[in-house]
Design a protein around this ligand. Structure first.
Ligand SMILES: NC(=O)c1ccc[n+]([C@@H]2O[C@H](COP(=O)([O-])OP(=O)(O)OC[C@H]3O[C@@H](n4cnc5c(N)ncnc54)[C@H](OP(=O)(O)O)[C@@H]3O)[C@@H](O)[C@H]2O)c1
Length: 291
């Protein structure tokens, strides 16, 4: 019998499944892609049954599920619902990857970009927009490496809540919540920081140049916002290790190339086994193995 074709089941929490995710799946070599939109924890149940009750256990590594969409929390809820339907005792499982809004692959790419210029085990960093799905993941990865992380939000209590969650999940994490609500907060949050990663909402300026100029230790700035104006003033969308008067800068497109490589490598990895869950830590591990 010839080997069964690979099937990627693309489950999107938005009404229309993302063409971006589908194109990447084709480029990553998935032989068939079944795309569904409007996926919820309730309606995903029969979709999962269709995956696990068709091919026998020995071929289930050739069926995999990708969860995407613009709402990361909705994606997380769908992944949790999928996991409940899998039956590990009977080896009726398929591998699952979560990359709603590109949050996991983007955060992993940003941290890999930073690693080209600073020692992540000891770097003192600031994550702006740290309460969003991308910022939370960036902060978690940086904290796992061991450096001291400041996590910025306009509302200190929101930053505190995220920092507390990361402390719980990453034992020994050195993470401090900071407010970036007022004009005097910026220089304080930046004090002593060598690395800033901005993961603010699209089109929102988080770090004006005059505030950035107060940071004397700053060596690397990475702006993930792809919609003008820039999140870090002066950093260009396509900047890739571009020198800005002694500070290395990356823009959203500059990081995007690595993000695409990570996304594709994770899709390839999905078909190696039938019981993987690829979320932020696993996707970052894959990123670390890329040349
Ligand atoms: N380059 C890529 O390949 C790629 C892929 C995916 C995403 N992205 C980009 O990454 C960035 C982060 O994505 P995300 O989904 O995590 O973002 P998000 O949830 O929309 O926003 C992140 C944080 O920005 C802050 N924020 C929102 N509106 C603001 C405003 N008007 N002024 C100041 N701060 C504001 C909020 O923090 P507080 O309310 O706590 O202050 C929010 O939690 C976005 O710009 C997104 O487009 C890039």
């Amino acid at each position: 019998m010839p080997e069964k074709h690979t099937i990627l089941v693309q489950l999107d929490t938005d009404a229309l499944p993302s063409t971006f995710d589908r194109v990447v799946a084709v480029d990553a070599g998935a032989q068939h892609i079944f795309s569904y939109g409007g996926v919820t924890p309730e309606n995903v149940v029969t979709l999962v049954h269709g995956c696990i009750f068709t091919r026998g256990a020995k071929d289930l590594h050739r069926t995999a599920i990708f969860v995407g969409g613009s709402d990361v929390a909705a994606g997380e809820a769908v992944v949790a619902a999928i996991r409940k339907q899998l039956i590990p005792a009977a080896k009726l499982t398929v591998s699952v990857m979560l990359d709603s809004n590109g949050a996991n692959s983007t955060a992993a790419a940003a941290v890999r970009a930073a690693a080209r210029h600073v020692n992540l085990d000891s770097v003192e960093s600031l994550v702006l927009g740290g309460t969003g799905p991308v910022g939370q993941r960036v902060a978690r990865l940086l904290a796992k490496h061991g450096g001291h992380v400041r996590l910025g939000s306009r509302q200190l209590d929101r930053a505190e809540a995220v920092a507390a969650k990361i402390r719980q999940e990453v034992p020994g994490a050195k993470i401090e919540a900071v407010s970036v609500a007022t004009s005097s907060d910026g220089p304080k949050a930046l004090q002593g920081r060598e690395l800033v990663i901005a993961a603010g909402a699209p089109g929102v300026l988080l770090l004006p140049k005059k505030v950035r100029d107060t940071a004397k230790q700053l060596r690397v700035v990475i702006d993930l916002n792809g919609v003008p104006p820039a999140g870090i003033e002066g950093v260009g969308l396509g900047d890739r290790a571009k020198d800005h008067d002694g500070i290395v800068g990356y823009g959203a497109i500059g990081v995007g190339d690595t993000k695409m490589k990570i996304h594709k490598a994770a899709l390839v990895a999905l078909f190696e086994k039938s019981d993987l869950l690829l979320d932020i830590d696993e996707i970052y591990e894959i990123a670390l193995r890329l040349p």
